[in-house]
Design a protein around this ligand. Structure first.
Ligand code: SAM
Length: 360
């Protein structure tokens, strides 16, 4: 029996699985790259003998960070010159698959670190709900699809695992937790940023119909979990503890901390934009009509992004094999359901750009 290592909440599926299957996130990231380039252009670089510091908050295994960070570094090189040292910190939870991150930085042809000997990548294994770097240290911060994960799950949700299906007092608790976590995240980043620094945060958004756009997928997964309870693969208690601490904020919720005074902990909003985020799996399906392939892509996305967090609810006596079997059963069941009724996923993404401007 293999030793059980409990997967912490919010961490993605390891051994490079997230890098392979996070195409939805990759597509949202690519839409936000122009915001990061424009923010990189506006930083105040400070004295020429000091290194430039870029931080990637919630990097996971790094693949989706390569394009934005390469774009940011390229933009900065145009005014910093080729020799100014640039330190890049990838921040994630200690249980993140940092091995894959470093392999990607060394060998992926898109890596920002390949052709620039004055770029120095490193990683920090600490929650971004703590301060991760000294005060007044960071020139440019980037965070994609990460601050959607809350610091804790405030309350259980009856009959579902996703906060978007909660109502009444339960929904209010999630809203309160999300508001507090967003303020905490911003206050910590404001402390770490240097004067003139910029922070770009990319998050899943609500689509035109006010939904995160993937609730069909979540409902199918919820139905598979019910099947798993019925067949005895998981207990009722385990199912009840399966809650995702992930919360898609509305634009008004992102802007709320800035509403009162026009700034928050010295940060002000330079842009806040939302875009439709095309689902490449659905576009492939429209071309080839292959339901099985569509279902497999959506099920792998679900598994690599959400299953490790759901698996945290499995009882402490569960072995490593049982954790793997849980993921396999959920992925296969989801794929079967999705192949029968392929759901269109109508996603949106939002980017908020924040500046720490010098005190007047
Ligand atoms: C969906 S992945 C996003 C990865 C990548 N930035 C992207 O755009 O594809 C979310 C990442 O945020 C990380 N994360 C969640 N909560 C975190 C926290 N409190 N501190 C640091 N990282 C966290 C997870 O471990 C995960 O690697």
């Amino acid at each position: 029996m293999s030793e059980r290592v409990p997967p912490p909440h919010g961490v993605m599926e390891g051994k490079g699985a997230y890098n392979k299957h996070a195409r939805i996130q990759a597509s949202g990231v690519s839409l936000a790259v122009p915001f990061l380039e424009s923010a990189a252009r506006r930083i105040i670089p400070g004295p020429a003998d000091q290194s430039i510091v870029i931080v990637d908050y919630g990097s996971s295994q790094g693949k989706n960070s390569l394009t934005p960070l390469r774009a940011a570094i390229g933009t900065m090189r145009s005014f910093l010159g080729p020799n100014r040292p640039i330190l890049v910190f990838h921040v994630d939870q200690p249980a993140n698959d940092f091995n894959t991150l470093f392999e990607v930085l060394e060998s992926d042809t898109d890596s920002y670190a390949l052709n620039d000997t004055h770029v120095f990548p490193s990683a920090i294994g600490r929650s971004f709900y703590e301060q991760v770097l000294p005060c007044d240290h960071v020139h440019l911060g980037w965070s994609s699809y990460a601050a959607v994960w809350l610091s804790r799950i405030p309350v259980p949700i009856p009959d579902h695992f996703h906060s978007s299906r909660s109502t009444g007092a339960i929904r209010t608790e999630f809203e309160r937790q999300a508001a507090g976590d967003w303020e905490a995240f911003l206050a910590l980043r404001a402390a770490e940023l240097r004067s003139g620094g910029r922070l770009v945060v990319v998050l899943p958004a609500h689509n035109d119909r006010g939904s995160p756009g993937f609730m069909n997928l979540m409902d199918h997964a919820n139905a598979v979990l019910a099947e798993m309870v019925a067949e005895g693969a998981i207990s009722i208690g385990e199912r009840e503890r399966m809650i995702l601490g992930s919360y898609s904020r509305k634009r008004s919720e992102l802007l709320a901390p800035f509403a009162r005074a026009g700034h928050f902990h010295g940060l002000s909003v330079e842009a806040c934009e939302m875009f439709a985020n095309p689902d490449s799996a659905w576009e492939d399906f429209e071309r080839d009509g292959n339901k099985e392939a569509l279902a497999a892509k959506h099920a792998s996305f679900f598994r690599s992004t959400f299953v490790p967090s759901l698996a945290t609810a499995l009882g402490p006596t569960r072995s490593g094999e049982e954790l793997g079997a849980f993921g396999n059963r959920l992925e296969v069941g989801l794929k079967d359901r999705l192949a029968q009724q392929p759901p269109a996923i109508e996603l949106a993404v939002q980017a908020i750009v924040l500046a720490k401007l010098p005190a007047a």
